[in-house]
Design a protein around this ligand. Structure first.
Ligand code: OGA
Ligand code: MN
Length: 295
């Protein structure tokens, strides 16, 4: 099913939903050229509706990507890991403050970018920060022959699926998000976390643009609900992780070269599937800066 977006001057733009959960492909637009305000508005409307947007076959320089992302807010700066965690996070070719190379490529044994090989559990980009990135934009430059898919879960749906009693119990509660720079290992939450980036956000967040409630919890970094004891917090979080990862809430993106994918971090979580580590994978990422989140 493909629908034209009926916006004056943007009649070539079309949208095609990619799954019952979330995700839509937008076509008929070349993101390497400057866009008119009404085109940006049409994309933004489609984004609020579909949460994850996919543009195929784009040819984007770094400047093109940054110009396009800046239509949606102030570009996010790459976050620096604290010294003791730094070795796991840095890459030697991270030479633009607003750009992160997501790659397993090494030169002379040194990773040129971040996030290396393998599986990456469900997470929210910079969910551990006081102002998590609103948006992330990822552009595929080199891909392995299989795997390395990115899965997106619709957290509005996850919120709606939280049982009523649990919604009541968690009303007004915050959860701690901790970033230990792991990709497939949960952060430890009950020891000393000073020196490890962390922040508490409401378990349920009202999306500032749509006004809809979403579940703001992920398996990788959200590890403690404030005001509950460890046993109860762990049990509830397990329920919430499972809801967030329900297959019927997920769109799984299988990358092609030239794909440009953008998502909203306030109402999605995302994960990466494993891929052959001897094959190269390179994506160029940028973000839009966020704001504090409220229930
Ligand atoms: C990211 C991310 C997943 C991937 O760039 O934030 O989670 O598929 N990437 O590499
Ligand atoms: Mn991510």
């Amino acid at each position: 099913m493909q629908e034209a977006i009926d916006i004056q001057g943007a009649r070539d733009l079309w949208v095609r939903p990619l799954s019952p959960a979330c995700g839509a492909e937008l076509g008929g637009i070349d993101l390497s050229r400057p866009l008119a305000a009404h085109e940006v508005r049409a994309i933004k409307d489609a984004w609020n509706e579909h949460i994850v947007l996919v543009f195929r076959g784009q040819k984007l320089s770094q400047d093109d990507q940054l110009r396009f992302a800046a239509y949606f807010g102030d570009l996010g700066s790459r976050k620096k890991a604290p010294e003791p965690l730094r070795a796991r996070a840095e890459g030697i070719r991270q030479d633009h403050e607003k750009v992160l190379l997501v790659t397993n490529i090494k030169v002379d044994g040194n990773p040129i970018g971040a996030f290396g090989d393998g599986e990456f559990w469900f997470h929210i980009d910079s969910g551990y920060a006081p102002r998590p990135y609103k948006y992330t934009f990822l552009y595929a430059l080199e891909l392995p022959s299989r795997g390395g898919n990115t899965k997106f879960s619709n957290m509005y749906m996850a919120y709606d699926a939280v049982p009523a009693e649990l919604k009541e119990k968690l009303k007004g509660k915050k959860a701690l998000h901790i970033h230990e720079y792991n990709r497939a290992k949960q952060a430890k939450s009950w020891g000393d976390i000073s020196g490890i980036p962390h922040h508490a956000h409401p378990v349920f967040v009202t999306h500032p643009d749509t006004g809809r409630k979403t579940l703001f919890v992920d398996r990788l970094m959200t590890t403690r609900i404030e005001g509950l004891d460890e046993t109860e917090s762990d049990a509830i979080l397990n329920t919430l992780y499972e809801l967030g990862e329900r297959p019927d809430f997920i769109y799984e993106h299988v990358w092609q070269l030239g794909d440009f994918v953008m998502w909203d971090n306030r109402c999605t979580i995302h994960a990466r599937t494993d891929f052959p580590k001897e094959e190269r994978r390179l994506l160029r990422r940028c973000t839009v800066e966020g704001e504090p989140l409220y229930e």
